[in-house]
Design a binder for this molecule. Structure first.
Ligand SMILES: C[S@@+](CC[C@H](N)C(=O)[O-])C[C@H]1O[C@@H](n2cnc3c(N)ncnc32)[C@H](O)[C@@H]1O
Length: 261
Protein backbone atom coordinates (compact mmCIF):
# COMPACT_ATOMS: atom_id res chain seq x y z
CA UNK A 1 0.00 0.00 0.00
CA UNK A 2 1.53 3.37 -0.92
CA UNK A 3 2.53 5.69 1.88
CA UNK A 4 -0.18 8.20 0.92
CA UNK A 5 -3.08 5.72 0.94
CA UNK A 6 -5.82 5.92 3.58
CA UNK A 7 -4.89 4.20 6.81
CA UNK A 8 -6.81 1.42 8.47
CA UNK A 9 -9.90 3.24 9.77
CA UNK A 10 -9.73 1.86 13.30
CA UNK A 11 -6.22 3.20 13.81
CA UNK A 12 -6.58 6.31 15.95
CA UNK A 13 -3.91 8.93 15.41
CA UNK A 14 -4.91 11.12 18.35
CA UNK A 15 -2.19 13.59 19.24
CA UNK A 16 -1.16 12.51 22.70
CA UNK A 17 2.02 13.25 24.60
CA UNK A 18 5.15 11.30 23.79
CA UNK A 19 7.17 12.09 26.86
CA UNK A 20 10.92 12.59 27.03
CA UNK A 21 13.18 10.22 28.93
CA UNK A 22 12.98 10.76 32.71
CA UNK A 23 16.02 12.53 34.09
CA UNK A 24 18.17 11.19 36.94
CA UNK A 25 16.20 13.01 39.63
CA UNK A 26 12.70 12.51 38.18
CA UNK A 27 10.05 10.56 39.97
CA UNK A 28 7.36 8.40 38.41
CA UNK A 29 3.94 9.19 39.88
CA UNK A 30 0.89 7.05 39.51
CA UNK A 31 -1.92 9.07 37.98
CA UNK A 32 -4.76 7.56 39.97
CA UNK A 33 -5.81 4.79 42.34
CA UNK A 34 -3.96 1.54 41.89
CA UNK A 35 -6.52 -1.24 41.75
CA UNK A 36 -6.24 -4.96 42.29
CA UNK A 37 -9.20 -7.01 41.09
CA UNK A 38 -11.20 -3.82 40.81
CA UNK A 39 -10.46 -2.69 44.39
CA UNK A 40 -8.20 0.10 45.47
CA UNK A 41 -4.89 -1.20 46.77
CA UNK A 42 -4.56 1.84 49.02
CA UNK A 43 -1.59 3.24 47.15
CA UNK A 44 -3.31 6.31 45.71
CA UNK A 45 -0.83 8.89 44.54
CA UNK A 46 2.27 7.09 45.67
CA UNK A 47 5.50 7.87 43.94
CA UNK A 48 8.40 5.67 43.17
CA UNK A 49 11.77 6.96 42.17
CA UNK A 50 12.78 6.23 38.62
CA UNK A 51 15.89 4.13 38.27
CA UNK A 52 18.49 6.82 38.70
CA UNK A 53 22.25 6.99 38.37
CA UNK A 54 22.62 3.30 37.63
CA UNK A 55 20.17 3.30 34.74
CA UNK A 56 22.79 3.18 32.02
CA UNK A 57 24.63 0.36 33.77
CA UNK A 58 21.33 -1.48 34.32
CA UNK A 59 20.41 -1.18 30.66
CA UNK A 60 23.87 -2.30 29.55
CA UNK A 61 23.63 -5.28 31.89
CA UNK A 62 20.16 -6.18 30.58
CA UNK A 63 21.28 -5.89 26.98
CA UNK A 64 24.19 -8.27 27.52
CA UNK A 65 22.25 -10.57 29.86
CA UNK A 66 21.71 -13.31 27.25
CA UNK A 67 25.09 -14.09 25.73
CA UNK A 68 25.49 -14.69 22.00
CA UNK A 69 27.30 -17.68 20.53
CA UNK A 70 29.93 -17.83 17.77
CA UNK A 71 27.38 -17.93 14.93
CA UNK A 72 25.78 -14.71 16.15
CA UNK A 73 29.11 -13.04 16.84
CA UNK A 74 30.24 -13.79 13.26
CA UNK A 75 26.93 -12.57 11.76
CA UNK A 76 27.23 -9.42 13.87
CA UNK A 77 30.81 -8.82 12.65
CA UNK A 78 29.67 -9.16 9.02
CA UNK A 79 26.87 -6.72 9.72
CA UNK A 80 29.25 -4.09 11.08
CA UNK A 81 31.63 -4.71 8.16
CA UNK A 82 28.69 -4.01 5.80
CA UNK A 83 27.99 -0.74 7.59
CA UNK A 84 24.73 -2.03 9.09
CA UNK A 85 23.33 -1.79 12.58
CA UNK A 86 22.12 -5.25 13.64
CA UNK A 87 19.74 -5.76 16.56
CA UNK A 88 21.51 -5.71 19.91
CA UNK A 89 21.84 -8.93 21.95
CA UNK A 90 19.05 -7.72 24.27
CA UNK A 91 16.70 -6.95 21.39
CA UNK A 92 17.57 -10.30 19.85
CA UNK A 93 16.74 -12.04 23.13
CA UNK A 94 13.39 -10.20 23.25
CA UNK A 95 12.59 -11.33 19.69
CA UNK A 96 13.51 -14.88 20.58
CA UNK A 97 11.30 -14.74 23.65
CA UNK A 98 8.36 -13.43 21.62
CA UNK A 99 8.60 -16.12 18.96
CA UNK A 100 9.02 -18.79 21.64
CA UNK A 101 6.11 -17.51 23.74
CA UNK A 102 3.88 -17.44 20.67
CA UNK A 103 5.08 -20.87 19.48
CA UNK A 104 5.59 -19.07 16.18
CA UNK A 105 5.55 -21.09 12.99
CA UNK A 106 5.31 -18.34 10.37
CA UNK A 107 7.29 -15.11 10.82
CA UNK A 108 7.98 -12.22 8.45
CA UNK A 109 11.11 -10.08 8.78
CA UNK A 110 11.60 -6.80 6.92
CA UNK A 111 15.33 -6.08 6.74
CA UNK A 112 17.32 -9.33 6.62
CA UNK A 113 20.69 -7.61 6.91
CA UNK A 114 23.38 -10.23 7.52
CA UNK A 115 21.11 -12.41 9.62
CA UNK A 116 21.55 -11.43 13.29
CA UNK A 117 17.85 -10.86 14.01
CA UNK A 118 16.87 -13.83 11.82
CA UNK A 119 18.94 -16.23 13.94
CA UNK A 120 17.33 -14.90 17.12
CA UNK A 121 13.83 -15.15 15.63
CA UNK A 122 14.35 -18.70 14.37
CA UNK A 123 15.83 -19.85 17.67
CA UNK A 124 12.52 -19.02 19.35
CA UNK A 125 10.31 -20.44 16.61
CA UNK A 126 9.00 -23.97 16.35
CA UNK A 127 11.48 -26.38 14.81
CA UNK A 128 9.20 -26.65 11.76
CA UNK A 129 8.78 -22.85 11.58
CA UNK A 130 9.70 -20.83 8.50
CA UNK A 131 11.13 -17.32 8.54
CA UNK A 132 10.19 -15.23 5.49
CA UNK A 133 12.78 -12.49 5.26
CA UNK A 134 12.75 -9.52 2.88
CA UNK A 135 15.61 -7.21 1.89
CA UNK A 136 16.38 -4.97 -1.05
CA UNK A 137 19.99 -6.22 -1.10
CA UNK A 138 20.51 -9.81 -2.33
CA UNK A 139 24.20 -9.68 -1.32
CA UNK A 140 23.23 -9.18 2.30
CA UNK A 141 20.72 -11.99 2.07
CA UNK A 142 23.52 -14.23 0.83
CA UNK A 143 25.52 -13.41 3.97
CA UNK A 144 22.44 -14.12 6.07
CA UNK A 145 21.94 -17.47 4.32
CA UNK A 146 25.51 -18.35 5.34
CA UNK A 147 24.88 -17.16 8.90
CA UNK A 148 21.75 -19.29 9.26
CA UNK A 149 23.66 -22.30 7.99
CA UNK A 150 26.47 -21.66 10.47
CA UNK A 151 23.87 -21.40 13.23
CA UNK A 152 22.64 -24.89 12.33
CA UNK A 153 19.41 -24.12 10.51
CA UNK A 154 18.37 -26.26 7.56
CA UNK A 155 17.78 -24.34 4.32
CA UNK A 156 14.02 -25.01 4.47
CA UNK A 157 13.71 -22.98 7.71
CA UNK A 158 14.00 -19.69 5.82
CA UNK A 159 12.54 -18.13 2.70
CA UNK A 160 14.53 -15.22 1.26
CA UNK A 161 12.64 -12.69 -0.82
CA UNK A 162 14.78 -9.99 -2.42
CA UNK A 163 12.93 -6.74 -3.04
CA UNK A 164 11.42 -3.66 -1.49
CA UNK A 165 9.14 -4.42 1.44
CA UNK A 166 6.19 -2.46 0.06
CA UNK A 167 6.38 -4.47 -3.18
CA UNK A 168 6.76 -7.82 -1.42
CA UNK A 169 4.42 -7.60 1.58
CA UNK A 170 1.19 -7.20 -0.45
CA UNK A 171 1.96 -10.58 -2.05
CA UNK A 172 2.01 -12.40 1.32
CA UNK A 173 -1.08 -14.16 2.66
CA UNK A 174 -3.57 -12.37 4.92
CA UNK A 175 -3.79 -13.53 8.54
CA UNK A 176 -1.13 -16.22 8.05
CA UNK A 177 1.70 -14.94 10.27
CA UNK A 178 2.43 -15.20 13.99
CA UNK A 179 4.92 -12.32 14.11
CA UNK A 180 6.15 -9.51 11.85
CA UNK A 181 9.50 -7.92 12.67
CA UNK A 182 10.13 -4.54 11.03
CA UNK A 183 13.76 -3.39 10.63
CA UNK A 184 13.81 -1.92 7.12
CA UNK A 185 13.23 1.69 6.05
CA UNK A 186 12.08 3.74 9.09
CA UNK A 187 10.21 6.15 6.78
CA UNK A 188 7.97 3.26 5.70
CA UNK A 189 7.10 2.08 9.21
CA UNK A 190 3.48 3.32 9.07
CA UNK A 191 2.97 1.32 5.90
CA UNK A 192 4.59 -1.70 7.54
CA UNK A 193 2.07 -1.29 10.36
CA UNK A 194 -0.83 -1.39 7.89
CA UNK A 195 0.61 -4.43 6.18
CA UNK A 196 1.30 -6.16 9.51
CA UNK A 197 -2.29 -5.73 10.65
CA UNK A 198 -3.34 -7.52 7.49
CA UNK A 199 -0.68 -10.26 7.69
CA UNK A 200 -1.00 -11.15 11.38
CA UNK A 201 -3.35 -13.75 12.77
CA UNK A 202 -5.41 -12.60 15.76
CA UNK A 203 -3.02 -12.77 18.73
CA UNK A 204 -0.01 -12.25 16.46
CA UNK A 205 2.72 -9.73 17.30
CA UNK A 206 4.27 -6.85 15.37
CA UNK A 207 7.66 -5.39 16.41
CA UNK A 208 9.46 -2.26 15.22
CA UNK A 209 13.19 -1.87 15.81
CA UNK A 210 14.65 1.60 16.46
CA UNK A 211 11.53 3.28 17.83
CA UNK A 212 13.59 5.85 19.78
CA UNK A 213 15.70 6.97 16.78
CA UNK A 214 18.55 7.51 19.27
CA UNK A 215 16.22 9.66 21.37
CA UNK A 216 15.22 11.98 18.51
CA UNK A 217 11.73 10.49 18.27
CA UNK A 218 11.05 11.57 21.87
CA UNK A 219 12.26 15.13 21.43
CA UNK A 220 9.86 17.49 19.64
CA UNK A 221 12.81 19.69 18.65
CA UNK A 222 13.68 17.05 16.06
CA UNK A 223 11.38 17.52 13.08
CA UNK A 224 13.25 15.40 10.54
CA UNK A 225 11.07 12.94 8.56
CA UNK A 226 12.30 9.87 10.44
CA UNK A 227 11.63 11.35 13.89
CA UNK A 228 8.17 12.52 12.79
CA UNK A 229 7.33 9.12 11.31
CA UNK A 230 8.40 7.33 14.46
CA UNK A 231 6.35 9.70 16.63
CA UNK A 232 3.33 9.05 14.45
CA UNK A 233 4.00 5.31 14.66
CA UNK A 234 4.26 5.43 18.47
CA UNK A 235 0.90 7.23 18.66
CA UNK A 236 -0.78 4.95 16.12
CA UNK A 237 0.33 1.77 17.89
CA UNK A 238 -0.39 3.12 21.36
CA UNK A 239 -3.86 4.38 20.46
CA UNK A 240 -5.10 1.62 18.19
CA UNK A 241 -8.09 -0.29 19.54
CA UNK A 242 -6.83 -3.26 17.53
CA UNK A 243 -3.49 -3.53 19.36
CA UNK A 244 -2.11 -4.16 22.87
CA UNK A 245 1.23 -2.31 22.85
CA UNK A 246 4.46 -2.21 24.81
CA UNK A 247 7.56 -0.09 24.20
CA UNK A 248 10.57 -2.10 25.34
CA UNK A 249 13.63 0.04 26.16
CA UNK A 250 16.11 -2.44 24.72
CA UNK A 251 18.86 -0.76 22.70
CA UNK A 252 17.19 1.82 20.41
CA UNK A 253 13.65 0.90 21.47
CA UNK A 254 11.63 -2.13 20.40
CA UNK A 255 7.98 -1.20 19.90
CA UNK A 256 5.80 -4.31 20.05
CA UNK A 257 2.06 -4.92 19.96
CA UNK A 258 -0.28 -7.87 19.93
CA UNK A 259 -3.07 -7.83 17.36
CA UNK A 260 -6.17 -8.24 19.48
CA UNK A 261 -8.44 -11.18 18.59
C1 LIG B 1 19.38 -2.38 10.08
S1 LIG B 1 19.55 -3.43 8.72
C2 LIG B 1 18.77 -4.93 9.28
C3 LIG B 1 19.54 -5.64 10.31
C4 LIG B 1 19.01 -7.03 10.62
N1 LIG B 1 17.61 -6.99 11.00
C5 LIG B 1 19.83 -7.66 11.72
O1 LIG B 1 19.53 -7.47 12.90
O2 LIG B 1 20.81 -8.32 11.39
C6 LIG B 1 18.30 -2.83 7.64
C7 LIG B 1 18.15 -3.65 6.37
O3 LIG B 1 16.95 -3.23 5.73
C8 LIG B 1 17.14 -3.27 4.34
N2 LIG B 1 16.15 -2.36 3.74
C9 LIG B 1 16.18 -1.00 3.71
N3 LIG B 1 15.08 -0.52 3.11
C10 LIG B 1 14.35 -1.61 2.76
C11 LIG B 1 13.10 -1.77 2.10
N4 LIG B 1 12.39 -0.71 1.69
N5 LIG B 1 12.62 -3.02 1.91
C12 LIG B 1 13.34 -4.10 2.32
N6 LIG B 1 14.53 -4.01 2.96
C13 LIG B 1 15.02 -2.77 3.17
C14 LIG B 1 18.59 -2.84 4.15
O4 LIG B 1 19.12 -3.30 2.93
C15 LIG B 1 19.27 -3.46 5.37
O5 LIG B 1 19.85 -4.71 5.04
Amino acid sequence: MPRTAARTPSLCLTRGPISRFPGPTDTVARAGPHTVNGRSSGTVGYEERAITGNRQASWAFADAFVAEDDALIRARARSHASGLRPVSPGTGAALRLLTAAGNAKHVVEIGTGTGVSGIHLMRGMRIDGVLTTVDTEPDRQQLAREAYREAGFAANRSRFIPGAALDVLPRLTDGAYDLVFCDGDRLEYLDYLDESLRLLRPGGVVCFEGAFAQGRALDANHQDPESQTLRELLRAVRDSARLSPVLLPTDDGLLCAVRRP
